[in-house]
Design a binder for this molecule. Structure first.
Ligand code: ADP
Ligand code: MG
Length: 765
């Protein structure tokens, strides 16, 4: 192959300049350029530079003389040939074939030229593999970007400084019903978006243009389906090469579903919180010795208003009674250490006001906000414990009452006989008889004994009482004068206001006894100075029914819990033998219960005592229950059938009756009385004991009502429950058929006669 080439314009030269005298500048130039240079004549290479030799991984020597098309990839040769034939000067992108068989993309620019009378084609070759790769990468990126924007559920928009849309992603059609392409080149105002939205949008865009800082905004927009949706938009700057913000890009996302879920979650949380707060149990989470959560009920249990106050406590131990702290804190620590299981225990809590509250808790270990915690529920059981204690008390008092009542009843009959006979003897003795004083002593002792048994009977509620409407407030006021006598001058006495009235069904002497016993106890507790308050008011009970309430309050030494628990027991006293019998509160207790009332002691050691007594308030018009005042026997020689199983009582009663002029016929029991009546005994009035074995006074009265209608019956009893006459609880006997009167045992002759006279009187009507 010839290696002759032409290049320079000056004379002949050799390829390798070392032999020529003049420097071959043309060759230097050709080798200096990075572009490949090929000169061929009718398709045969005449000249190549170093760059093309490198590109083809060959040497200039190997290239010169070869057909130029050898260096085009076989597929490309027809195109290159056509380009050559057309002497085209347009650049051509083709594929070059290297000597080792590899290829590379190149850009060719050819030019046909004449030199020394020869027509040659000068071809400049540039390796474009890098550029093409870059372009391909760019296109790939653009495609990826397009895929993102096109398939994104977000609306992506590019705005220029005039607020014109330069790009709009496809999602806008879903939101507005308008295809994305229609927005391009327009402003949103031109599209008729609501003014109220456009102004804030444009303001934000302007700001991002000015500051280059990204911004966010939210808005509502009603779509073509008429549904209002909530959107969030993020606006970011887009810089040009000069570092200026040329566009802003906005990404607008539909947050409706998220918002809905959020508000549903908030609602659900609110409902949960509400339910928890209204729950009757306290609910808590304890972490690091403090409350991490507490519901309102828990706060209330400890006397706080809001649960936040509990969360603010430095530690939970302030809510625990000092004596129980070690146990409670130990339980919590153990729960946390084991990390499982539930503990159930009770302890004494401390309310904010210092009062003790009895609580029960169920606590279990559970992680809370990533840390170990105890989660639990707490129940205030103070009321339940108080009720249980009250029940125990009531049962104790019932049992004591049974015992005391049984003893007192028997004693009462014995004392009645002693007193009755003593009275008769006393009355029969001449005024100057020396024995008269002795008998008077017997009488006095018996009367004192009757007093004791009466108290016991009162406690056991077996005293037969003739109840009537009595004003509790008036009784308390009336006792004022007497009480002042009993109290030392340094004790201030406060009485109910004159206008207060509180009618109850009771008996005046027993109400007086209640007030007196309580007042005396109060005095004893005050050591000569203090304030004693007798308050009477009307208040609704827990059942909503109005009650008359008596409060006896003192500022004395108060009671220990132990004393309070036993205070109502008969013969329980903390006083010296000669100062207290221990029967005061027992009597009060029995009387109060007998009148359908309640009694309650509140006392703090060293801070005084308040005894509260309440009775059902009288709502009906009162009825007369007291018999007419005693009158002398109206008709002498009235005939009485006296029924009494206790012989001594029967005998003494007979004596009282005969002395008053009655003709007395006796019967030792109900059956005998009935027999006498059936036998046609002529009598004007029946006087019968209420409590008798087999046929009691009440049953007898019923029989009599059939046998002798209209025959007045008078019941005698010291033993209310068995009499049946007070079965109705208020001591009234008018409900018992035929009963005209009721006389309480033990009785004086005067009382007995008054009742009989009244019965006979009413029988005449
Ligand atoms: P007594 O007065 O004879 O001791 P009570 O039955 O009236 O019997 O009272 C029983 C006990 O209850 C008293 O001994 C006393 O310890 C206590 N107590 C009663 N009332 C009061 C009071 N107002 N303040 C303090 N302690 C009282
Ligand atoms: Mg007393």
């Amino acid at each position: 192959m010839s290696s002759g080439g032409s290049g320079g314009s000056g004379g002949s030269s050799t390829e390798h300049g070392e032999r020529g005298a003049a420097t071959d500048w043309a060759r230097v130039l050709a080798d200096a350029t990075l572009e490949g240079v090929v000169i061929h004549e009718r398709g045969h290479v005449q000249f190549v530079n170093a760059a093309i030799a490198r590109m083809l991984r060959s040497t200039p020597e190997a290239l010169v003389g070869r057909p130029v098309l050898d260096f085009a990839a076989p597929d490309d040769r027809p195109r290159v040939a056509a380009h050559m034939a057309a002497q085209s000067e347009h650049p051509l992108i083709g594929t070059a074939l290297r000597a080792d068989g590899t290829t590379f993309p190149c850009e060719l620019r050819g030019r046909t030229m004449t030199a020394d009378g020869r027509t040659v084609r000068v071809v400049l070759v540039r390796d474009v593999s890098e550029r093409l790769a870059m372009e391909a990468e760019l296109r790939r990126r653009e495609r990826a970007l397009a895929a993102v924007t096109e398939h994104s559920p977000d609306v992506i928009t590019r705005y220029d400084r005039e607020h014109r849309v330069r790009f709009m992603s496809r999602a806008v059609e879903q939101a507005t019903g308008v295809p994305a392409a229609w927005f391009v080149g327009k402003t949103l105002r031109e599209w008729g978006f609501p003014e109220a939205l456009i102004t804030p949008w444009e303001t934000i865009n302007d700001r991002v243009f000015a500051t280059g800082c990204a911004e966010e905004t939210e808005f509502d927009f009603t779509g073509p389906d008429g549904v209002q949706r909530h959107y969030h938009t993020r606006v970011v700057p887009e810089y040009n090469d000069a570092g200026e913000v040329e566009h802003v890009l906005t990404t607008t996302r539909d947050l409706t579903a998220l918002k809905r879920a959020e508000s549903a979650a908030r609602d659900a949380y609110g409902t949960m919180r509400g339910l928890l707060d209204q729950s009757i149990t306290g609910v808590y989470v304890i972490q690091d010795g403090r409350f991490a959560y507490a519901n309102t009920r828990l706060a209330e249990t400890f006397g706080y208003e809001r649960s936040e106050e509990l969360l603010a406590l430095p530690g939970i131990d302030v809510l625990v009674h000092p004596d129980d702290r070690a146990v409670v804190m130990g339980n919590i620590r153990r729960r946390i250490r084991r990390g499982r299981g539930t503990a159930h225990y009770a302890f004494r809590g401390l309310r904010r006001d210092g009062r003790v509250v009895h609580v029960e808790v169920h606590g279990s270990a559970a992680p809370y906000k990533g840390g170990p915690a105890v989660v639990g529920v707490l129940l205030d059981v103070s009321e339940r414990l108080a009720l249980e204690e009250q029940l125990r008390q009531t049962q104790k008092m019932e049992a004591l009452g049974q015992l005391a009542g049984g003893v007192a009843h028997d004693f009462n009959n014995i004392l009645a006989a002693i007193a009755g006979y003593a009275q008769l003897v006393h009355d029969d003795l001449p005024a100057d008889a020396p024995l008269r004083d002795d008998v008077a002593e017997i009488l006095a002792a018996a009367t004192r004994g009757v007093g004791v048994t009466k108290q016991l009977l009162a406690f056991s509620r077996r005293q037969a009482l003739e109840v009537a409407e009595v004003d509790l407030a008036a009784i308390a006021r009336a006792l004022g004068a007497m009480l002042r006598q009993l109290l030392s001058p340094a004790i201030e006495l406060r009485l109910p206001d004159a206008h207060v009235s509180a009618p109850v069904r009771a008996t005046a002497p027993q109400l007086e006894q209640i007030v007196m016993n309580l007042a005396v106890n109060a005095r004893d507790a005050m050591a000569g100075r203090g304030v004693l308050t007798l308050g009477v008011r009307i208040a609704a009970g827990p059942d909503g029914i109005e009650r008359a309430v008596l409060e006896v309050r003192d500022t004395g030494h108060g009671m220990s819990p132990d004393v309070r628990a036993r205070a109502f027991e008969p013969f329980f006293t903390t006083k010296r033998h000669d100062q207290g019998t221990g029967l005061g509160l027992a009597t009060v207790y029995g009387l109060v219960r007998q009148f359908g009332g309640e009694i309650h002691i509140e006392s703090v050691e060293g801070r005084g005592t308040t005894v509260t007594v309440s009775f059902p308030l009288v709502q009906r018009a009162p009825r007369a229950a007291e018999p007419a005042p005693a009158r002398p026997c109206p008709a002498a020689r009235k005939r009485v059938l006296l029924v009494e199983d206790e012989a001594p009582i029967r005998a003494v009663t007979r004596r009282m009756l005969e002395r008053a002029g009655y003709a007395v016929r006796e019967a030792p029991n109900g059956a005998a009385a009935l027999e006498a009546l059936r036998g046609g005994a002529a009598i004007d009035v029946l006087l019968t004991d209420a409590a008798m074995p087999e046929l009691g006074g009440v049953e007898l009265a019923r029989e009599v009502a059939v046998l002798r209608p209209g025959l007045p019956v008078v019941l005698m009893s010291g033993y209310a429950e068995l009499s049946g006459a007070s079965v109705n609880g208020d001591g009234s006997v008018t409900d018992v058929t035929g009963c005209r009167g009721f006389v309480e045992k033990p009785f004086t002759a005067e009382r007995l006669l008054a009742h009989l006279a009244a019965a006979l009187e009413s029988g005449k009507e």
